[in-house]
Design a protein around this ligand. Structure first.
Ligand code: HEM
Length: 453
């Protein structure tokens, strides 16, 4: 190793934007998160050093570096402070727990997401979508993002917890929105307001969290009372026993896992579909190709899981939407010991963000990265590019447990709806990306739905 490199490894930090003495780069980031990510990547490259108040922040914009963190050196990292902040609601669920506890819980939950198992959920997905479409009227204006939120929440409740939340779904969706909104506000603060201070925002948060607790604890209590094994995720978790102690999960543990799966399992897919509708409405040629495929494969019947291998273009639309509007727009970690990344020694306790937003739109990996072109994936692009040039579901041991569930659900919902309706943006629709906990359209996606003949 040359002297120059070894000196650099010891003292230098990666380049990055100038820092305000108190806020660091927090204000610039909070004002325009996506813009800041893009600007800093262009200006400073693959490693960008920044500071949010007292926290050192490192952004990684290269797939090799993402692979280092998520896979090769994953044991040196834990989830980052923003997710730890969500523990107030998610407790020690799969998304936020660590170490042996996480490993045990993941092993318990994994069978519910096995390919054969999720295949059994396909009928519910299509059935619930058809049920929603009964209320859609030709020429009606709707917020399709809100529709997708309610639908995906009902699907996750039914498939994983065998629960019908029908009339509760709108209230539960709204409560989840309040929680996510509050988390994001906290991220922009130099010093987070403690949960016990009765600010209007904390009070709203508490009310929303209580509402969700009520729904989830009722589902758990009903199942405990009936003692029934319905073969769904909830039954698996209820009946799982620790091999050594023989102990079963407490209601609190069950609640944390259920809350996590409700949250992680519906908002992400709903927003992916909201972006799909927005993109299709703006790309009539892609929409026409989708319709042609649906006509050819389905004719006048709804899809089943057996159709998915032939609904190729439908799948590519979802893949491309997840590239251009990745609903998880960055994943984050914190290193628990110093790590070597890209020739730098990164001190322990640094928050490391890996933005799908910049990597998915990098011209080094994608031609015309800003264009929506589902066909770019048709000839095996996924196998040709770096594994971490496209990583909407993360990677390594903490990869999304619901990735196959989400892809199947997105394709089936898209096919079921697009077979019957065409969605056009309403004349007054304003669609802008809001990078909250997930990347969502800031004001929903207002569309006019017309029946396809
Ligand atoms: C398009 C939809 C989805 C996207 C883009 C997505 C994305 C992600 C990403 C990027 C992660 C990794 C986070 C990290 O490494 O810090 C993750 C984790 C997770 N996702 Fe998803 N997800 C989606 C749908 C789902 C669904 C449908 C479920 C469940 C039904 C789900 C449940 C989870 C859980 C429990 C974790 C934590 C896994 C663990 O750490 O063991 N997700 N998701």
């Amino acid at each position: 190793m040359s002297t120059k490199t070894s000196t650099r490894t010891k003292v230098e930090r990666p380049p990055g934007p100038r820092q305000h003495w108190l806020f660091g780069n927090l204000r610039e980031f909070s004002r325009d998160r996506l813009g800041a990510l893009t600007r800093w990547q262009r200006q400073y490259g693959d490693l960008v050093w920044a500071r949010f108040g007292p926290r050192s922040i490192l952004f990684l914009n290269h797939p090799d570096l993402v692979e280092e963190v998520l896979v090769a050196q994953n044991r040196k990292f834990i989830k980052h402070y923003r997710l730890r902040g969500a523990r107030r609601t998610l407790g020690k669920g799969l998304l936020t727990s660590e170490g042996d506890f996480w490993r045990t819980q993941r092993k318990l939950a994994q069978p519910a997401f096995h390919r054969d198992r999720i295949a059994a959920y396909a009928d519910v997905m299509v059935q619930y979508t058809e049920r929603m479409l009964v209320s859609w009227k030709d020429g009606q204006t709707r917020d399709v993002q809100a529709d997708m939120m309610r639908l995906t929440l009902e699907i996750v409740a039914r498939t994983l917890f065998a629960a019908e939340i029908g009339s509760d779904s709108a209230g539960a969706s709204a409560a989840m929105e309040t929680l996510m909104h509050t988390w994001m506000k906290q991220l922009g603060r130099l010093i987070p307001v403690p949960a016990w201070v009765p600010t209007p925002s904390n009070l709203l948060y508490e009310r929303a969290a209580r509402r969700l607790d009520e729904i989830i604890l009722t589902i758990i209590a009903q199942r405990r009372r009936s003692g029934e094994d319905r073969g769904d995720l909830l039954s698996m978790l209820l009946h799982a026993q620790d091999e050594e102690s023989g102990r079963r999960m407490t209601d609190d543990q069950l609640r944390d896992e259920a809350m996590t799966l409700f949250m992680a399992g519906h908002e992400t897919t709903a927003n992916t579909l909201a972006w799909v509708w927005f993109l299709l409405a703006n790309h009539p040629k892609s929409e026409a190709m989708l319709h042609a495929e649906l006509n050819a494969v389905l004719g006048d019947r709804p899809p089943t899981i057996a159709d998915l291998p032939r609904l190729k273009y439908t799948g590519l639309v979802v893949t491309e939407a997840l590239r251009i509007y990745p609903t998880v727009w960055m994943v984050g970690r914190e290193n628990i010991e110093p790590v070597e990344l890209g020739g730098y020694t990164i001190p322990a306790g640094t928050t490391i963000f890996m933005p799908q937003w910049t990597i998915h739109r990098d011209p080094r990996w994608f031609d015309e990265p800003e264009s929506f072109r589902p066909e770019r994936w048709a000839l095996g692009l996924q196998e040709q590019i770096h594994r971490y040039a496209y990583f909407p579901f993360g990677g390594g041991p903490r990869i999304c447990i619901g990735n196959n569930f989400a892809l199947m659900e997105s394709a089936l919902l898209l096919a079921t709806i697009a077979r019957r309706f065409r969605l056009r943006l309403a004349p007054d629709a304003v669609v802008t990306p809001l990078p909250s906990m997930t990347l969502r359209p800031a004001h929903g996606v207002k569309v006019v739905v017309t029946q396809r003949r």
